[in-house]
Design a protein around this ligand. Structure first.
Ligand SMILES: Cc1ncc(COP(=O)(O)O)c(C=O)c1O
Length: 407
């Protein structure tokens, strides 16, 4: 091993002298990926459109579509690429207003401006869900709604879907954190016109980078496939879309946001593991949530009755913390016990705090979202953790909060 490279074991020991688990390690890649990666390396067949059929990316698309129960899946370079293509595939006019939650990752408003649209930020409450009053107030004049299920928290999708239906505007789901989440038994990412997923390393399926675009609409699928970079007649390698493709041939820009075969080789063996990871993640989350909710100083908002969550992280609110310094003291007390907790609004330049999205120009004031971000804590909680590790984390947080609040 070179001087500047360390094994993950060594890193974990270095990072966490208290014996707390290192929750920042990504999921290991299943051994089953190795043979396919070797084959791809030996042949050099990395481009998705070289093989006449059966390329790993094409197989992944078929498998993901089948897992999600949708007609079309398009593998792309990232979830951001999928979100951008979603707005482009909807053919929204330049400057179209797109509602997004004010609590999300900066990549989401970025995808909206990348697509030449205008993001309209909607307030998010202490339960990490969209504030429906603000949503309804801002809906008039919107051309589309992009719901980011941030950290896997599902807003009231019955109300949101009904409102989109009444206004006749499309709904796009950013399901980057919601792979495996159900809403009244339906898979999140399939409720709207288009669903977008991420395979970036801190997601349920780890490919380093990667994304997926799903839809049941053949016109939208065809447009997205072409714009993702299916130049000339490469669209023939996407099943079931021939008529729509003929129509759009040469009429759309090629943005080249394709996935390559090595990524698909890494992702494919993880698809059969999703359900297990979802269940383990939810069990871990609910176990720690119960322990934290027993403290008067911490609150994990409950899931909605329609929601079956797939969390790989945990968010909780600090209660009765009037001063920012008190919340910072809690962060330090948790860190001293080896647990890294981020209060979204207290870390400098946090990409999930809307006031840092200065690339949007003048930003609205959103008091509810701001108040939530100033006391909401973020903790990674990967599905692989075992009971002892969960106890250690929960006890460390309870000790830390008691140290600050006394008792
Ligand atoms: C809520 C949310 N949406 C979208 C994205 C973009 O995902 P990607 O990194 O695959 O572009 C992220 C990235 O972490 C995210 O957190």
């Amino acid at each position: 091993m070179g001087m500047n490279r360390m094994s993950s074991d060594a890193l974990a020991k270095r990072a966490l002298p208290t014996g707390a688990p290192n929750v920042y390690d990504a999921e290991p890649i299943p051994d089953a990926a190795r043979a396919e990666i070797e084959r791809l390396l030996a042949s050099g067949d990395l481009f998705r459109y070289t093989a006449p059929e059966g390329a790993p990316v094409a197989r992944l698309e078929a498998e993901f579509a089948s897992y999600m129960g949708v007609r079309y899946a398009l593998a792309v370079a990232s979830c951001s690429a999928a979100l951008f293509l979603a707005l482009k595939a909807l053919d929204l006019p330049r400057g179209a207003r797109v509602l997004i939650p004010a609590f999300t990752f900066a990549a989401v408003p970025s995808a909206v401006v990348h697509a030449d649209c205008e993001p309209v930020l909607v307030e998010v409450g202490n339960d990490f869900r969209i504030d429906l009053d603000d949503f309804h107030a801002k809906l008039d004049g919107a051309a589309a709604v992009l719901i980011s299920h941030m950290r896997g928290h599902t807003s009231d999708m019955d109300a949101i879907m009904a409102a989109c239906e009444v206004c006749g505007i499309p709904l796009v789901e950013d399901a980057a954190h919601s792979l495996g989440t159900l809403w009244s038994g339906r898979k999140i990412g399939t409720l709207g016109k288009i669903g977008c997923f991420s395979f970036q390393s801190y997601k349920l399926v780890n490919a380093g980078e990667g994304g997926m675009f799903v839809t049941d609409d053949p016109e939208i699928a065809a447009r997205a496939v072409i714009m993702s970079g299916a130049y000339e007649h490469n669209w023939k390698k996407h099943p079931g879309l021939q008529n729509s493709f003929q129509h759009w041939q040469n009429k759309l820009p090629l943005y080249n946001m394709r996935m390559q075969n090595l990524s698909a080789a890494v992702i494919r063996p993880q698809i059969p593991l999703i359900d297990h990871r979802v269940l383990a993640g939810r069990t871990n989350h609910d176990y720690v949530a119960d322990l934290l909710n027993a403290s008067p100083w911490m609150e994990v908002p409950p899931s909605l009755p329609q929601e079956t969550r797939a969390p790989d992280s945990l968010q909780f609110n600090l209660r009765g913390f009037a001063a920012d310094d008190e919340a910072r003291a809690f962060q330090s007390a948790a860190a001293a016990r080896g647990i890294s907790v981020q209060v979204f609004g207290l870390s400098r330049d946090n990409a999930r705090a809307f006031w840092n999205w200065q690339f949007l120009g003048p930003l609205p004031e959103l008091p509810k979202t701001r108040a939530m971000l100033m006391r909401a804590c973020d903790l990674r909680l990967p599905a692989r953790l075992v009971r002892d590790e969960l106890d250690l984390i929960a006890n460390a947080l309870i000790d830390a909060v008691n140290e600050v609040k006394g008792g």
